[in-house]
Every structure is written in C-alpha cells, then in structure tokens.
Design a protein around this ligand. Structure first.
Ligand code: NDP
Length: 452
C-alpha cells in the first residue's frame, strides 16, 4: 500500500502529459492529471491543430485563383472569417473532450485546475486548495508565447489570440522570422489580409538550411507578403484604429494589427520548482537527463517545458520513454536525432537530418550535395511561378543520406516517409535503385543526379 494518493501525478494535459498519464493508467497505476486550461495543450487548443485548419482555409484562397486556368470561373467570392474560426473552435472542443475522455476511460483522474508544488511529493490545486501527494510527478506544462519588453507591446497579439480574433484585420504586421511568424504570415496573406513580416535577421527560419531560408523568403514575397529583413521593433504606438510599429533603423510600419511571434518560453514560473530542487536554465527550461529526469529524484519533465526539440510528436515519444523508464524493465532513452519536421508556409517545407552547414561542420568536405529547383507540374498550367526546391545531402564514404530539405507542395507528407529512410540509414544508392512514381513531385527524390 503506497503512502501517497497516487503513483503518478502529471501537471499539464498536453500531448506529453496526456500520453504519459494514459499509458501509466493502462498499466494499472494510480494516476491523476491537472490542467488549468482545456485538455489537449498547445497542439490541440492553440497550436498545430487549429493552425493546420487555418492553413487549409488559406490554401483555398490561392487555389481558387489558380483554378481559373483549369477552366473554373465564378463571381462574388466571399470569405467569412467567423465561419472558419468557429468551425475550428468547435473541432478544438471536440478534440479536447476526446483527450479528457480518454484519460477518464483509462482510469486517470482529471483535475481541471492549476497545480503547483508544495514539496517534492505534494502539489496543491490552486482553485480548490486540495493537496495531493504522489510517488512520481511529471511536469508537462509546455511553453507560452514570449515577446520582447518593448514599449506598447501590450497592444500586440500573440499566437494564442490569432485563432480567436473577433474580426480579420485588413492589414497585419507579424514580427519574427521563425515557424509561427512565417506560417501565420502565409495564413493571413492567404486569407486576403495585407501582410507584412518583419524579421531582425537576413533570411527567415534561422537554423534551417540556407537554401531553404532563401527560397521561403522568395515564396513569402511571391504570395504578396511584404517581407522586411534586418529590422528589430523598438516600440508600438496606437494611432486611432491602427498601430505604428517603430523599428531600430527608423522604419515605421502601420497596420491594423500587430502580431508578436518572437518565440516561446517554458511555462515554469510560479510552479514552485525552487521548493523541490528542480533546476532550470536561464530561460526557465527544466534541466533533465537523457531519461527526462529532473534534478529532483522523483520528478520528471517532458515536452516543450524542457526545450529540447519543441514538437508534439517529440513530447509524445519522450512521455512514452519516461513511462517505460519508470514502470518498465529498463530505462529507455528517446533518440532525438533525425526527427523530421515541417513548416506550413505556402508552399510548405519538410526537413529531416542535417542542413548543409551542420553536415560540413561534422564531415568537412566529405559530403555530397544534390539539389534541384523546378516548377511543379500543377503550377505550369495555372501560370504560378512558384518553384519547388529539393536538397539531398549524403556523406561521401557510403553515400548515407544525412539530410533532406524540401520546399514544395506536399513536402510535409513526403518528409514523413523520408524520415523513415534517414532514420534507417539508407543510402543514395538505395534511392537510385528505387523506381520513380510518375508524375509526382516526390519522384525527383529518386531521380536526383545533379551534384553541386
Ligand atoms: P522561433 O524560435 O521559431 O522564432 C522566433 C522568432 O522571433 C525568430 O525569428 C527570432 O529571431 C525572433 N525574435 C526573438 N527575439 C526577438 C526580439 N527580441 N526581437 C525581434 N525578433 C525576435 O519561435 P516560434 O515561436 O515561431 O516557434 C516556437 C517553436 O514552436 C518552434 O521552434 C518549433 O519548435 C515549434 N513550432 C513548430 C511548428 C511546426 O512544427 N510546424 C509550428 C510552430 C511552432 P532569430 O531567428 O534571430 O533568433
């Protein structure tokens, strides 16, 4: 008989927390989970899922235009933001309920309240003041949007707000050059909003392959986004119904709405971590070992709160490894290498493995780089100039594929499969031996011969 109320208490019912709680409950453990917002976390409630629906919504805008060359004609096109927004929110609620029900069905107790640490085995639910003890505690509280502390920043929206806007603005300024800024610039421009994206660097998507960074900038501009580089915001002034954002080079950009997409930070403040010896780094990320164990013996952390690779599927895998570690026969370390990911711009991006700079750092000149740029078949008839770009990087000795970078339609779908190939250590010869599927964009992967 355990001296604690629960075997496992999970703080945060997002992707990682829900997976861990469900698995532990299915194994017969006594489990409870606390969530201060809707179950589902960032991904389901204010991230990947509603974002992807907005991406679909925005894509219709451009495909309607392209379809004219395919023989379609129509008049009086209208877009109703509230209809899209409300449909998405309804779906978010449906999914959130599923998350909640899955937990309950498997025997986990769900507390719809915020939890904070009292000591290393006890949390307090902040609304009901109920104290709960557990043998093991998992922190899976994710991250929150972060904005620089500039004058007038309170006038700007963050990604959480973008999903529930009362009305679509006629113009928007999006600050940032990362995932969220680039995706939302694509979304808003696709929905017909006059969009400006302002980034402090030279090319969007810092950390991505330099050629992908170049191409995404070209595509954003081709989609009508006014992309401004090398400028940092210093203040936002209200001017009647619009906002003037001032930048460090003297530029002033006026827009109906300002959207700060300047990164996310782990949501660790006020959790009481200092009371239980859980250490964090300078931005509040929980420091964990390879088994997701924090600096406190019985407390673990998974997902964005640990700021390793901040992606939903990674949080889920970390949660699974954590459960196997504490309740299985041996510790399991999740391998964070070669994780494929996508950016849902128009066209989208799919990447897996090393970019060219990283590959050169590791292998020096012992790499081979293959690339191709072409106008996809669909765009030829529609008259769109958009080009697809593919880069394949191999290490020279055995021809092992160590990086794939694609910008083009369906690249998120393609990269999922290429992720298997890279993880499995396949070689360029394996790709060359594979017959093409014609006519597709993906066939270029197996017919790629152009070395640079
Ligand atoms: P990112 O780190 O991708 O981008 C933040 C952007 O803000 C960068 O361009 C950064 O510039 C800029 N920035 C930071 N500080 C300032 C400042 N003081 N002034 C001006 N600009 C600033 O964060 P996001 O919030 O876009 O995304 C967070 C994470 O969420 C991503 O890293 C990703 O892991 C995940 N995500 C994944 C998605 C997907 O899988 N499709 C979609 C959305 C999010 P600089 O580059 O110079 O540092």
């Amino acid at each position: 008989m355990s001296k604690f109320d629960y075997d496992l208490f999970v703080i945060g019912a997002g992707s990682g927390g829900v997976r861990a709680a469900r698995l532990a409950a299915q194994m017969g453990k006594k489990v409870a989970i606390a969530e201060e917002s809707k179950p589902g976390g960032t991904c389901v409630v204010r991230g990947c899922v509603p974002k992807k629906y907005l991406v679909y919504g925005a894509e219709y805008g451009s495909s309607i235009e392209s379809s004219r060359k395919y023989g379609w004609s129509y008049e009086n096109l209208d877009f109703n933001w509230k209809k899209l927004r409300d449909s998405i929110q309804k779906e978010v609620d449906r999914l959130s309920n599923i998350y909640s029900n899955i937990l309950k069905k498997n025997g986990a107790v769900v507390y719809n309240e915020r939890a904070e640490f009292i000591d290393k085995n006890t949390v307090i639910l902040t609304s009901s003041k109920k104290k709960i003890s557990a043998d093991t505690i998992l922190i899976a509280v994710g991250g929150r949007p972060w904005s620089p502390d500039i004058s007038g920043v309170e006038h700007a929206i963050i990604s959480d707000d973008a999903f529930v806007l009362e009305k679509l603005p006629s113009s928007i300024l999006i600050i940032g050059g990362g995932y969220i800024a680039s995706e939302f610039a694509s979304i808003f421009s696709g929905l017909g909003v006059k969009t400006t994206q302002a980034y402090r660097g030279k090319h969007l998507l810092n950390g991505f392959d330099e050629d992908i960074r170049l191409h995404v900038g070209i595509h954003q501009k081709a989609n009508g986004i006014d992309v401004r580089f090398n400028i940092s915001p210093i203040k936002i002034n209200v001017d009647g119904n619009s906002y003037d954002t001032h930048f460090d080079d003297g530029t002033i950009i006026t827009a109906d709405l300002v959207f700060m997409a300047t990164g996310r930070r782990p949501y660790t403040s006020k959790l009481g971590l200092e009371r239980v010896g859980v250490q964090t780094d300078t931005i509040g990320s929980i420091i964990v070992d390879e088994f997701s164990k924090t600096t406190a013996e019985n407390i673990y952390a998974v997902g964005d709160v640990t700021n390793r690779i901040n992606l939903t599927p990674v949080a889920i895998r970390e949660a699974q490894a954590f459960i196997e570690t504490i309740y299985g026969s041996k510790p399991v370390e999740y391998d964070h290498r070669n994780i494929a990911s996508a950016v849902f711009t128009r066209p989208p991006i799919g990447v897996v493995g090393l970019n060219e700079l990283q590959a050169r750092e590791i292998y020096g000149d012992n790499i081979m780089v293959y690339e191709t740029t072409f106008r996809p078949m669909k765009n030829i008839l529609s008259g769109k100039e958009d080009k697809c770009f593919i880069k394949l990087i191999t290490e020279s000795a055995k021809g092992k594929i160590i990086g794939v970078h694609i910008i083009g339609d369906d690249s998120p779908e393609i990269i999922q499969i290429l992720g298997i190939c890279v993880k499995a250590g396949l070689t360029k010869a394996d790709f060359d031996n594979t017959c093409a599927v014609h006519p597709t964009l993906a066939e270029e992967i197996v017919t790629l011969r152009q070395r640079v």
